[in-house]
Design a protein around this ligand. Structure first.
Ligand SMILES: [Fe+2]
Ligand SMILES: [Fe+2]
Length: 352
């Protein structure tokens, strides 16, 4: 029997109301700085402790990426799991290992990992101090699309786990379907052969035009095959800032070391300054002018910048053209002055 839904309200009114409500609701979700002391750690069924800096499960919903912290005690091995989204880690302190589809990577402070979608992974700590890791994932984006799934198999040995989802490399023909199968087959091959581990010392630290010195931790420029999530270590010289710019969210800066403040405003003037310190997360979650400063006159500040601009923001730029979603006026870069004269203290990472 056929069913009919009757309404006296047009599609235009239904969608207009829905769209207006969405923006109003998301304005309520905006954040500036998430303080380390406000992120509560919980024992998890995986055997470690977890806390949510940004993300739905920490009461701070996001649309593209989330940010969690993990602590693994000495002697602990987590359960093995996989998910439909990808993630990346940054080692804050301690040392340990992570197995990705059975391949083991040892890590130390400031190393980074990429955990590809559908790759089995578990981590362990063989040392004598707890290990602390930040992780950032594309789960919110996959949830937005209705495609987020997690598969936790406890302590099942990896050789007894199913492989990643199968795919077809090619079918006969010269038609659009054959073209799609071939294109996606090649894409999958490439996606499954990306870089997984970054040893902090293996990437050079370079002074960039925005006034900081920086290095890639997770990015396609150094061989990762991520969903667009990237990590860069930014270092601010004592007492110096970074050029003011504007872009949409979600972009976050995890404060590894140091203290400073960030200007956030709807306009380049008249906004507000927000202080931060080690362990905090600076949040840019909508299109806002911003500028970060190191307030310590003697020591550098170190922040890890995270976003998914390589995929989501590039798509938005194309769809919104000619709206300019990235604004970094040349005079703002010029205002950074002569960068060659900055006195940079030596870079050194903590012992594991
Ligand atoms: Fe995971
Ligand atoms: Fe930014």
């Amino acid at each position: 029997m056929a069913t009919h839904t009757r309404t006296n309200v047009t599609h235009w009114e239904v969608q207009w109301t829905r769209r207006r409500k969405l923006v109003e609701e998301w304005r309520e979700h905006r954040h500036t700085v998430i303080r380390k002391e406000d992120v509560k750690l919980h024992d998890s069924a995986r055997g470690h402790r977890v806390g949510c800096y940004m993300g739905e499960d920490g009461g701070k919903p996001t649309r593209v990426i989330d940010a969690w912290v993990h602590e693994i005690d000495p002697g602990v091995t987590t359960t093995v799991h996989r998910h439909s989204w990808d993630a990346m880690t940054f080692v804050v302190s301690g040392s340990g290992w992570t197995e990705i589809d059975g391949e083991r990577f040892e890590w130390r402070p400031w190393d980074a990992l990429h955990l590809p979608a559908w790759a089995w992974h578990r981590s362990g700590n063989d040392g004598d101090t707890p290990a602390r890791l930040m992780t950032y994932s594309s789960e919110p984006l996959l949830s937005t699309l209705g495609m987020a799934m997690v598969d936790d198999r406890g302590h099942t040995p990896v050789e007894r786990l199913p492989p990643r989802p199968a795919y077809t490399e090619q079918v006969d023909g010269d038609d659009p379907y054959a073209g799609r199968v071939r294109r996606l087959g090649q894409e999958q091959q490439q996606r499954r052969s990306g870089r997984l581990h970054t040893d902090y010392d293996s990437i050079p630290l370079l002074v960039n035009p925005k006034g900081t010195r920086s290095k890639f931790l997770v990015d396609r420029a150094i061989g990762h095959q991520a969903s667009g999530i990237t990590q860069v270590m930014l270092q601010f010289a004592p007492g110096r800032g970074q050029a003011m710019h504007l872009h949409p969210g979600e972009a976050w800066l995890y404060v590894v070391e140091g203290r400073g403040h960030s200007y956030l405003g709807e306009e380049p003037t008249g906004g507000e300054n927000h202080e931060w310190k080690g362990g905090d997360l600076v949040v840019v979650d909508h299109a806002v002018w911003h500028q970060h400063f190191n307030d310590d006159p003697e020591h550098p500040a170190r922040l890890v910048r995270v976003h998914a601009f390589d995929s989501v923001l590039e798509t938005m730029r194309v769809l919104c053209d000619p709206l300019d979603l990235f604004q970094e006026p040349p005079e703002n870069l010029k205002a950074m002055g002569d960068l060659s004269g900055i006195d940079w203290p030596p870079d050194r990472r903590p012992e594991g």
